[in-house]
Design a binder for this molecule. Structure first.
Ligand code: CR6
Length: 808
């Protein structure tokens, strides 16, 4: 764009924006509120998306391409306005126009709610996959739930987590389009009858409770291209709003009961990460979005394919994200047989050939198992189909594979009066994958060992990835500009091109600019901290950061106990000097997870002790930031020096925060777990600091009943001291931490915190030494950025396309 075109574009935008502000507010431009300014900007951008959206769908209809539908109970999409503006390549125009109108661009963007429609890594991964697919121009759509309330907002009061309901729709949401004419009915409860009609067994489903599923579509815009895909979220509504007969008889509550019972299904996101919570309402949610999504997909497919379903699995792939949508198998069978009149054999072939499944965890407490009684009552027809899938599968194991009864029992879908949803998903899909190399190996050798023996060809592995657009380009603009100026812009759509940055590894002037950018990002985070916490942090200190859900296996406790030990060292050795260190934590605990909440309380107790002790001369500061979400992450990742990825080896399936930090030049301090292993391989041993037991060592201790934490305690005076401090009143107002003490000593430390303590403390000392050599630190940091290509979700999506969905 030349100068005069740019000028014209700015003027045109200004006029359109003024007009839009007046339209949305009914006020003069100068009187409109900040919210009106945001609303108007969102509307203008949605109009631009809208025409591209329509063109993309038309194009997909005209050039048949295999489509992928991603079924997930969570999509953690983050704020969209800035992402849309950047993807449309109009940021410069919009920013300049807004500032020339005397308004503040960033303040306007901050009015947007951050939809919390996910718990953590799993939901965020799905959002990265949507963004990457649109950027790669692939027909790929999401299917999920339109929760009225997303994940709770976390406040920290007196050092403790307090949950506040999230109300992201309070002021409306400008990026969704309600499509009532595409609604479908989802049926619950009721009775099944069958009869032979013309010699064919026919099922009748009666007395069911119908719920209306209404879709809301959100555009998913590709970066710097014209593709706009859809994320479809289903909302539950009563088929009829109001029961008039009850109302007329004066039974006012009864008249609206049906409405609130229906709406309850999509009222709230379950706030558990990596944990199964077997509530009936959750089962309703799972079936609700599966059934609604599949019904629409099949109806649409028939419309464009002469009503013939023969080729369905060559043109459509339904991806099951973890086991929450595993009812896709039986529901697809139901639709194909009962609604479409296909035989069991034809329906089964189409179902298995269309479905693919990703497992995201090996933690036993996360594996979904629904009681048979619950399923039978809520979804009688689906239960019949599951029983039949199970029966036929077990027969096959017996006859075709010659397994004995105990081997068969281990692979059954129905076990001990429960439906094992992982087994259901494996049996109904033609591909099963883990999310990092180690995790996939554990699936093959442990979790799904028996399945791997009979279906080795089904097993795949795709290491997770994250979108560089959200987590680097749009959130670390300083680094983006430096990279653009150094190696051009190709890397933005091919992250492997970042390797070229290594030619600057010895370049002093590049290093100076690079370090300055990190410092600016740290100052930005320090300002945020000052606004939200009663502590001032030094931007020149090492920013050592652990942000993720609070979970015992993620071992925030190891980090916290090490800080306490470091503090003790400084107190005992007043002459001792370390590089000033700021330890930053953020993350939510599931509301019912007592121990995780105690860990938050301990971190805040340590923060209170350390931050207020002048004798340690500000050498360490501890910060717990409330309400970690995607938006806060975008401020945190660019400011990190150290990325804490310290899970007990073998427990973290992949991790994705590790990749976001790496892309922004943080050095991983981690165990050999999940994708850390691949980060280690990508950057080389000299650009990462690893420590701790290996997953094999952890597994072998576990097989022999665990290790003896008391022995470690007895032989380590430093550990004795910190353990004592948990219960001796050290934390004053914060009182004691008896349950933490007990879990580590009395209950044998299931997550190997004390076992890995020394190794972790040594790794921390090593980091401290490395940071004191600025040249070396710079090279380490730059290597992390340069070799992050493998961890782009573009690469992950291409792997899925090639090896799993077979769309390339
Ligand atoms: N909690 C894994 O624990 C992985 C993501 C995305 C998780 C985490 O290691 O990176 O999925 N698993 O694959 C589940 O949610 C079940 C997660 O986010």
């Amino acid at each position: 764009m030349n100068k005069s075109e740019r000028f014209e574009a700015i003027e045109t935008f200004k006029n359109a924006y003024i007009q839009k502000i007046e339209e949305v507010s009914g006020e003069c431009f100068s009187e409109a509120s900040l919210f009106n300014q945001y609303e108007a900007l969102a509307e203008i951008i949605m109009e631009k998306n809208g025409s591209l959206w329509a063109k993309t769908s038309k194009q997909y209809d005209e050039i048949p391409h295999k489509r992928v539908y991603l079924f997930s109970i969570e999509f953690l999409i983050g704020r969209l306005l800035k992402a849309f503006i950047n993807s449309l390549e109009i940021e410069d125009i919009v920013k300049t126009a807004i500032s020339e109108l005397g308004l503040d661009y960033e303040t306007i963007l901050n009015k947007e709610a951050d939809p919390g429609l996910g718990n953590g890594g799993l939901g965020r991964l799905m959002a990265c996959f949507l963004e990457s697919s649109a950027t790669l121009g692939l027909p790929f759509h999401g299917n999920g739930i339109h929760y009225q309330h997303g994940l709770f907002e976390q406040k920290i009061i007196n050092g403790e987590q307090v949950e506040v309901a999230d109300n992201w729709l309070r002021h409306g949401y400008p990026f969704e389009i309600r499509k009532p004419n595409e609604s479908v009915i989802v049926k619950f409860y009721g009775d099944i009858h069958y009869d032979k009609i013309d010699g064919v067994l026919t099922f009748f489903y009666e007395n069911y409770e119908p719920i209306l599923a209404v879709p809301y579509d959100i555009p998913i815009k590709g970066y710097h291209n014209k593709t706009v895909n859809s994320l479809r979220l289903w909302s539950a509504e009563p088929v009829e709003d109001f029961d008039l007969p009850s109302f007329n008889q004066g039974q006012f509550m009864d008249a609206v009961r049906h409405k609130s019972e229906a709406e309850a299904i999509t009222q709230i996101l379950y706030p558990n990460d990596n944990k199964f919570d077997g509530k009936l309402l959750r089962l309703k949610q799972e079936y609700f979005f599966v059934s609604a999504g599949l019904q629409r997909i099949i109806t649409r497919y028939k419309r464009y394919n002469n009503k013939c379903l023969d080729e369905f699995s060559n043109k459509i792939c339904i991806h099951i994200n973890d086991t929450h949508p595993a009812l896709c198998g039986p529901e697809m069978m139901r639709i194909l047989m009962d609604d479409e009149g296909l035989s069991w054999m034809d329906a089964w072939r189409i179902t298995v050939n269309s479905l693919t499944f990703t497992n995201h965890t090996v933690l036993p407490e996360a594996l979904e198992k629904w009681p048979v009684d619950m399923l039978k009552l809520l979804l009688p027809r689906i239960y019949m189909i599951i029983e039949e899938i199970n029966r036929q599968f077990l027969d096959k194991l017996r006859i075709k594979y010659g397994l004995n009864e105990s081997e068969i029992a281990a692979l059954a879908i129905i076990q001990d009066e429960q439906i094992n949803m992982a087994n259901l998903a494996v049996v109904c899909s033609h591909s099963v994958n883990g999310v990092a190399a180690l995790h996939s190996k554990i699936l093959r050798e442990e979790t799904f060992r028996g399945y791997y023996q009979i279906f080795p060809e089904r097993f795949n592995s795709v290491t997770n990835g994250v979108t560089p657009r959200r987590f680097l380009i749009n959130s670390n603009t300083g680094l983006r500009d430096l990279i653009d100026a150094s190696i051009g812009t190709e890397w933005q759509s091919d992250l492997f091109a970042l390797e070229e940055l290594m030619k600057y590894a010895e370049d002093a002037s590049f290093m100076e600019k690079y370090d300055q950018i990190k410092l600016t990002n740290k100052i930005h985070l320090a300002d945020y901290i000052k606004k939200h916490n009663p502590v001032t942090v030094n931007p020149n200190s090492i920013f050592d950061i652990q942000v993720k859900r609070i979970h015992e296996y993620k071992r925030q406790l190891l980090n916290a106990l090490h800080i306490l030990d470091l503090y003790n060292h400084l107190k005992e050795n007043p002459q001792m000097e370390i590089v000033p260190h700021t330890f930053i934590f953020a993350g939510k605990a599931a509301p019912g997870y007592y121990f995780a909440k105690e860990i938050i309380r301990l971190i805040n107790a340590i923060a209170d002790l350390v931050n207020n002790d002048a004798s340690i001369k500000d050498q360490i500061k501890v910060v717990f930031l409330a309400n970690f979400n995607v938006t806060l992450g975008e401020i945190i990742y660019p400011a990190a020096n150290i990325s804490e990825q310290i899970s007990t080896a073998g427990k973290e399936a992949s991790g994705t925060g590790n990749m976001k930090f790496m892309m922004n030049g943080a050095i991983t301090l981690g165990t050999m777990d999940g994708a850390n292993i691949e980060i280690h391989e990508a950057v080389g041993d000299e650009n990462i600091v690893t420590f701790g037991l290996s997953s094999d060592e952890v597994a072998s201790f576990e097989k022999s009943g665990g290790y003896r934490s008391f022995e470690v305690f007895e032989n380590n005076a430093r550990i004795q001291k910190i353990m004592q401090q948990l219960i001796d009143g050290t934390f004053g107002n914060f009182s004691h931490f008896q349950s933490i003490y007990d879990s580590l000593l009395l209950y044998n430390d299931s997550y190997f915190v004390l076992k890995d303590f020394d190794s972790y403390a040594n790794a921390q000392r090593h980091i401290n030494d490395l940071y004191q050599c600025p040249d070396q630190w710079f090279r380490m940091s730059l290597s992390n950025v340069a070799y992050s290509g493998l961890f782009s979700s573009d690469r992950a999506i291409l792997d899925y396309q090639k090896n799993i969905w077979k769309t390339l």
